[in-house]
Design a protein. Structure first.
Length: 302
């Protein structure tokens, strides 16, 4: 079975696939223009979030049998269209959950103790000991919107910090470790609100002006899910008004984004979509991609 690796993939995973007899070519900087020329020679492709797999590309690749997304979100693949053409679409649902959860915790600590501002102050040669009074995470209420793989990893860690954890997820039942509440309740009660939902029509701007209005003054918001789940203009207004005391963002409505207006505000800290970018997560993603492709090849007698 011939596989084209279209985005950066762990070297040991590539070695594992080759050792299992798969023919693997790495073109991890391939352009959208080159893909329709090159891909028809392959049975499978591996993508991360960079490569877009849209209907016209699928139409141009009649031999394609499997698409593997190293990572969680499938928003860069026209999944239904691929399935309608008999192409199998696989991903690595839990491989990066712990890394994203740790980033969320890091952001909560950073906001509670003003770590970004204190560092900026120290680098400017200042000693502003009185300026930076923080607060503890222990005893605060953490609201988790979307209690899937990442939401649960965040919940487990937050409970170890003595936070009260509440969650809203209409598709989760019988999960006893966390108090499940309504959307209205999570918005009204949370001191920290972290989002861990997919971006769908239903979740688009699930947090917007009406929700910010109902939040506790001084709430802090973290989004390491997908940009579209928060209305960025409404977040900007809520930060400027002081209703939201801080926001930490790893994902944006449009990516890549440079010169984003939210980053003109001191209360905003963030990163360029690096939630899964750890040594460990990359290793697990690669291992799962390799295992799934090898299993697919065996099942389909390649
Ligand atoms: N920042 C990063 O680098 C990074 C890395 C991995 C995943 N992600 C993103 O994080 C998000 C969560 O990933 P995951 O692995 O936990 O996914 P998951 O599928 O395990 O969990 C998502 C949860 O959201 C819930 N949900 C769906 N619609 C909802 C709604 N309307 N209201 C409340 N809950 C709803 C689902 O029931 C599910 O439990 C996804 O958007 C994913 O793309 C980001």
């Amino acid at each position: 079975m011939k596989i084209l690796i279209c985005d950066a993939t762990d070297a040991s995973a590539i070695a594992t696939m080759r050792a299992a007899g798969l023919e693997v070519d790495v073109r991890d900087r391939i352009t959208p223009e080159e893909l329709p020329e090159v891909l028809p020679a392959y049975d499978g492709m591996v993508v991360r979030s960079r490569t877009q797999v849209r209907a016209p590309l699928i139409d141009a690749t009649p031999n394609l049998k499997v698409i593997v997304r190293g990572g969680v979100g499938l928003d860069n693949i026209d999944v239904d269209y691929a399935l309608s053409k008999g192409i199998v679409v696989l991903n690595t649902p839990a491989a990066s959950s712990a890394s994203v959860a740790e980033l969320v915790l890091g952001y909560m600590f950073a906001m509670a103790r003003h770590i970004y501002e204190t560092t900026t102050s120290m680098k400017a040669g200042k000693w502003e000991k009185k300026k930076f009074k923080g607060d503890e995470l222990g005893g605060k209420i953490l609201g988790i919107l979307g209690l899937g793989n990442i939401g649960r990893e965040v919940a487990r860690r937050a409970k170890a910090l003595d936070m009260t954890v509440i969650a809203y997820d209409p598709y989760v039942t019988g999960f006893k470790d966390v108090e499940m509440v309504s959307l209205d309740e999570i918005i009204a009660r949370s001191d920290y609100l972290t989002l861990h939902l997919p971006h769908t029509e239903e979740t688009h701007h699930i947090i917007s002006t009406p929700e910010f209005e109902k939040m506790k003054p001084g709430v802090r918001v973290i989004n390491c899910a997908r940009g579209g789940v928060i209305d960025e203009d409404a977040l900007y207004d809520a930060l400027v008004s002081g209703k939201v005391a801080g926001a930490a963002l790893d994902v944006y409505a449009k990516e890549p984004c440079e010169g984003h207006k939210l980053f003109t505000l001191d209360q905003v800290i963030g990163s360029p979509h690096i939630g899964a970018a750890t040594e460990e997560a990359q290793g697990r993603v690669g291992a799962e991609v390799a295992a799934k492709l090898i299993e697919f090849a065996h099942q389909n007698r390649f």
